[in-house]
Design a protein around this ligand. Sequence first.
Ligand code: AHR
Length: 521
Amino acid sequence: MTTTITSDPTAATTPEGNDLPVVAPTTIRIDRSAIVAPISRRIFGSFVEHLGRCVYDGIYEPGHPTANEDGFRQDVIELVRELGSTTIRYPGGNFVSGYRWEDGVGPRENRPVRRDLAWHSIETNQVGLDEFARWCKLTDSELMMAVNLGTRGIEAALDLLEYTNHPAGTALSEQRIANGVKEPYNIRMWCLGNEMDGPWQIGHMSAEDYGKLAARTAAAMKTADKNLELVVCGSSGSSMPTFGEWERVVLEQSYDYVDYISCHAYYQERDGDLSSYLASSLDMQYFIETVVATADHVKHKLKSKKTIKLSFDEWNIWYLDEHQASDEVNDAWRAAPRQLEDTYSVADAVVFGNLLITLLKNHDRVASASLAQLVNVIAPIMTEPGGDTWRQTTFFPFSVTSRLAKGEVLRPQIDAGTYPTKVYGDAPLVDAVATVDAGHSALFLVNRSQTDSIDVSIDVKDLGAHTITEAVTLHDEDVYAKNTLENQDRVQLKQLQGAVLENGMLTVTLPPVSWSALALA
Ligand code: AHR
């Protein structure tokens, strides 16, 4: 595939006189006043579900040489800290829709072994709320809790809230104290079920039924604590047949009681169409704009003063078609089976980095986001039982963005060429976002061209920056290169060569199919 020129009509020629495609230089202007939003650390959230080897043989492996007294792997804890994830959604996902939280608290030897119908697995309950909350402390994470609205309802949600957040003197708060946790957890963010629009979900409901249940559960939870931040389920993807209508109906029922509506989106390369895949963030942008428009429509209809925020609490690359065609979810009823263990390429990481750019560009409405998931299951961090832990390609854009993006998000003005895609029509070749903090700023950029490096001139005068303190890129001659157990460091970040900052103009050359980050001071 060759990229086409759309913004520069000048075509170069080969010595033989044939036309060559020329990629127009891209110009970007950073305007200090084009503020999207102050950065909330919650945009760098992640997700731990009782699924496959995310918890068991992932974060938790009592026999591992690095395991602590709780059975949590220290090597994994260190990588999670390096990743820089913040808020962690727990315990599901589809798993939560059949989960009894009480099974996972109290003496471990008394905990029941159950079937998890969502993933056809055995749940030993050796890790539950109290252990996971301790793990969150070790990783500096905020715990974001999901309640089961699939097989359960208001009462179980209120019980869980009493156990976690009530100080003392009631049956369930005293039970927590007896379990060794004196201080309440004060969990702020709560998901009202999971993907209730999906026919695969245990207890799947119509929008109307779910909206009513979510409203009643939310109202009751806010009676206990009006400062809770509640997330009502939106759509499981922009291609769901009910997308848009689901959000409208659910919000009309629950608007007064909830604070966020969730969005979930997974992307993968299909039918060898890398061009469209590299432009996947255009779907995420469409998804966000549609949900914002729908939420604001309901706001005006109800004459509400409140604006609903978006919690993009599942986003990632997931080779879902391959997963569905596989027999990894089967009738064998195993504990911690290997499920959803996708291995990510350089191209996957470039798309991934672009999704993160899109979340930042919409941070005025997308107030919280969770990378799904954290360890082993469609994850940036992989582990082997008794063995190593290593970084997938997607680890790098996440860790660098989380470390460098501070202060406020700025929306850049980008003038870039385009290239044709089957799915999205003409797509911009370059995407970017900027952040600025006192004395420090950062730029995150992608080049979607498969054939050409692109010269980018960025007017950063408004940032008052004089020095480039860091310039890295994720790029490889082989866009399908991956890190694996056998070759854990095959793909690494490289220095972005040739970046120059002079008189407020930053010039960089972005390699084909690349994600890059620059820090300025
Ligand atoms: O993240 C994997 C699964 O994807 C989650 O359990 C579910 O919510 C979604 O469909």
